[in-house]
Design a protein around this ligand. Structure first.
Ligand SMILES: Cc1cc2nc3c(=O)[nH]c(=O)nc-3n(C[C@H](O)[C@H](O)[C@H](O)COP(=O)(O)OP(=O)(O)OC[C@H]3O[C@@H](n4cnc5c(N)ncnc54)[C@H](O)[C@@H]3O)c2cc1C
Length: 533
C-alpha cells in the first residue's frame, strides 16, 4: 500500500492529539511544530498540500516594506525577524535578493522619503541584509537598461528575501518534516465538519476525494487551518469566532525572462501599489493585484491581464511590449485577511492588516487560524504549540523544529556529491549545480539519491526534457511525496508547469515515463486528465 493509502487507513483507526484541517502553509507548520514536540498529529487537505492560496504567492520572504505606509511597524519588525530566521535556517531555499525600486516623477513621496523608509526598514530588519542606497536615473539605467528612466526621478536599492524554488515546495517540506516526526498526513481528504463526542473528543467526518470513501477522524484538539475556508468550516462545526476573513485576489503572470539581472524590479503601479518583476529560474513572474472578492475560487480575467501587462510595459523599455501571447503561466489566488466581525462590510482590503490572528475556542479545544503570510510561518507554528499546551497537551521542549540540516550532515553530503561529479552537472537555464538543487529540494533525503547514482551513474541524467528533473529523483518522489495527480508534481513538488508551456510539456520526452513511475497502471489516465484540463 502506498504512503497515502496507509495514512488514510491510520486516520480512521487511530485517535490523535490534534487534527489539522488544511495543508497550506499554516496547517503545514502547525503539523510540523506539534509533531516535532511529540504530539500525535493528523493533517488533511481537501486538495493537494499547498494546492490553494499557498501556491499563488509572490514567493517573497519579506518584512513587508509596504506595510510601513500604514505605520504597522510592529508587524514589519515581526515579519523581518521571521524572515531573518528563515534566511538562517533554510540557507539553500530562502535567499537574500536585491530589489531595485523605480520612483516615478510626481510620485506621492519624494525619493528621499522612500530612501529614509528603506533605512528604517533595514533597521527594523536588525541590519541583517545589505544596506539600502539611492541611485540616480542614469545609474538606474546602467544597472538595468530595461527601465524606462524617462518617467523616473530616482531609484532605490534595498534587500529582502525570496523562495528560490517556490512557495508550494516550501510548504511541502514542512509536511515532510511533520511526516518524519510521525504525523499522519493525507492529501485529497476533505473535512465535512466535526462534532464532539461524549468524552469531549472531536469526531471529524471526512471524505477521500479520490475514492469517495467516508472516514471519521478522532482527535482531542481540532485546528482549523483551512485558509479562505476557515469561516465556512467553523460554520460546519458550530464554532463562533470574534474574527473572520475577507478575501483579496492577487494574480501573477509568468513570461519569458525579461532580464538576466538577478534582481527584483519594483515599481509603483497605476493604483500606486508596489508591483514587482521577480526572477523565477529562466522566467520572470510579474504582479500582483489586490482586489476584494467574496468567492475564494477565482480566475485571472482579461482586466487583470491588461492591468499587469500595461503597467509593466509602461515601466520598461522592452524591445517589444509584452502581450497575452507571451504568457507562459498564470497564478491567481486569494489572500485570507483577518478582520473583526462587524456589521459594516466596507473593508478596504489594500489597507487591511496582514497580521495573523489565532483564536482559541475555550472549553471546546478548537483553534482557528486567520490571515498570515508564508513569511510568518514559524511564529504560527510556535503560537499554535503554545495554544495546544494551554489546552492541556503535554509537549516536549525542542530547541528547533525547523530548518535544513547543517554542519556535518551538509558537509558530508556536498563532499560525496562532489566526488560523484554532481557539481559539474549544471542546469542550462539556472546554471545551478545538481548537488545544490538536490540538497535544497530534499535535504537529508537526497542521501538516498547519491546512493542510487553511486550504484548507477545514469540516474544523474535528465528524465523529462526541459524540466531539470533527474532520473534519481523519480522513485523517491513516487514513494515519499504523495503525488496523486500529475499537477501535484508539475505545479507543486516542482515548478515545471510555471516555466514550460503546456504545449511544450506535452511533447516532452520522458514525461510519460515519469508518469509510469509515479502512477503505475494509472499513468495514462493521469497524463490524459492533466492535459484535458
Ligand atoms: C497574490 C498573493 C501574493 C502573496 N505573496 C506573498 C508573499 O510574497 N510572501 C508571503 O509571505 N505571503 C504572501 N502571500 C500570502 C500567503 O500566500 C498566504 O497568507 C498563505 O499562503 C495562506 O496560507 P493558509 O495556509 O492560510 O491557506 P491555504 O494555503 O489556502 O491553505 C488552506 C488549505 O485548507 C484546505 N481546506 C479548505 N477546506 C478544507 C476542508 N474542508 N478540509 C480539508 N482541507 C481544507 C485547502 O484545500 C487549502 O489547501 C500572498 C498571497 C497572495 C494571494
Amino acid at each position: 500500500m502506498d504512503l497515502r493509502n496507509t495514512n488514510i487507513a491510520r486516520l480512521e483507526n487511530e485517535a490523535f492529539d490534534v487534527l489539522v484541517v488544511g495543508g497550506g502553509i499554516n496547517g503545514a507548520v502547525t503539523a510540523a511544530a506539534l509533531a516535532a514536540r511529540g504530539a500525535s498529529v493528523a493533517l488533511i487537505d481537501a486538495g493537494d498540500f499547498a494546492g490553494f492560496t499557498s501556491q499563488q504567492s509572490s514567493n517573497l520572504v519579506w518584512g513587508g516594506i509596504k506595510y510601513m505606509e500604514g505605520y504597522e511597524f510592529g508587524l514589519v519588525a515581526g515579519l523581518c525577524k521571521s524572515r531573518n530566521e528563515l534566511l538562517d535556517s533554510f540557507p539553500s531555499t530562502v535567499k537574500e535578493i536585491r530589489f531595485l525600486m523605480t520612483v516615478n516623477k510626481r510620485f506621492r513621496f519624494h525619493p528621499w522619503i522612500i530612501l529614509a523608509s528603506t533605512w528604517l526598514y533595514w533597521l527594523l530588519g536588525r541590519g541583517k541584509t545589505r544596506t539600502p542606497g539611492l541611485v540616480s536615473p542614469r545609474q538606474l539605467k546602467q544597472i538595468e537598461p530595461l527601465i524606462n528612466t524617462a518617467i523616473s526621478s530616482a531609484g532605490i536599492e534595498y534587500s529582502d528575501a525570496f523562495l528560490h524554488d517556490n512557495d508550494a515546495r516550501f510548504v511541502f517540506n514542512f509536511v515532510r518534516s511533520a511526516l518524519d516526526n510521525g504525523c499522519v498526513a493525507a492529501n485529497y481528504v476533505k473535512s465535512q465538519g466535526a462534532n464532539r463526542d461524549a468524552k469531549g473528543h472531536w469526531i471529524t467526518q471526512a471524505q477521500d476525494q479520490i475514492t469517495g470513501n467516508s472516514l471519521e477522524i478522532s482527535s482531542r484538539i481540532l485546528v482549523n487551518a483551512a485558509g479562505a475556508f476557515v469561516d465556512s468550516h467553523n460554520a460546519l462545526t458550530g464554532i463562533e469566532t470574534e474574527y473572520q476573513h475577507v478575501l483579496s485576489k492577487g494574480i501573477h503572470l509568468i513570461v519569458p525572462q525579461i532580464s538576466e539581472n538577478h534582481r527584483v524590479l519594483a515599481f509603483f503601479a497605476d493604483d500606486e501599489r508596489l508591483f514587482f518583476a521577480i526572477p523565477m529560474a529562466n522566467r520572470t513572474c510579474i504582479g500582483t493585484t489586490d482586489t476584494r472578492v467574496d468567492d475564494p475560487v477565482t480566475a485571472v480575467t482579461g482586466e487583470d491581464r491588461d492591468f499587469v501587462l500595461s503597467n509593466i510595459n509602461a515601466r520598461l523599455d522592452l524591445p517589444t511590449p509584452l502581450v497575452p501571447g507571451d504568457i507562459i503561466a498564470e497564478r491567481c489566488g486569494v489572500r485570507p485577511l483577518a478582520t473583526r466581525k462587524r456589521g459594516d462590510n466596507s473593508v478596504d482590503v489594500q489597507h487591511l492588516s496582514r497580521k495573523h490572528v489565532i483564536e482559541m475556542s475555550e472549553g471546546q479545544n478548537h483553534i482557528s487560524i486567520f490571515g498570515g503570510k508564508l513569511t510568518d510561518c514559524l511564529n504560527v507554528g510556535n503560537e499554535i504549540s503554545a495554544c495546544a499546551a494551554q489546552f492541556g497537551l503535554n509537549l516536549k521542549q525542542v530547541d528547533k523544529w525547523y530548518g535544513e540540516p547543517g554542519g556535518h550532515a551538509r558537509e558530508a553530503f556536498f563532499e560525496r556529491a562532489r566526488k560523484l561529479g554532481l557539481d559539474e552537472i549544471v542546469a542550462s537555464d539556472t546554471r545551478e549545480a545538481l548537488s545544490i538543487r538536490l540538497w535544497r529540494r530534499y535535504a537529508a533525503q537526497a542521501e538516498g539519491m547519491l546512493d542510487a547514482i553511486e550504484r548507477d551513474p545514469s540516474l544523474a541524467e535528465p528524465l523529462i526534457d526541459n524540466a531539470g528533473i533527474r532520473r534519481c529523483e523519480i522513485d523517491y518522489l513516487a514513494r515519499n511525496e504523495m503525488i496523486v495527480k500529475l499537477e501535484d508534481y508539475l505545479r507543486r513538488r516542482s515548478k515545471i508547469e510555471l516555466l514550460v508551456s503546456r504545449a511544450t510539456l506535452r511533447q516532452s520526452a520522458g514525461l510519460f515515463e515519469a508518469c509510469e513511475k509515479l502512477f503505475g497502471n494509472e499513468a495514462k489516465a493521469r497524463f490524459d486528465e492533466y492535459f484535458a484540463e
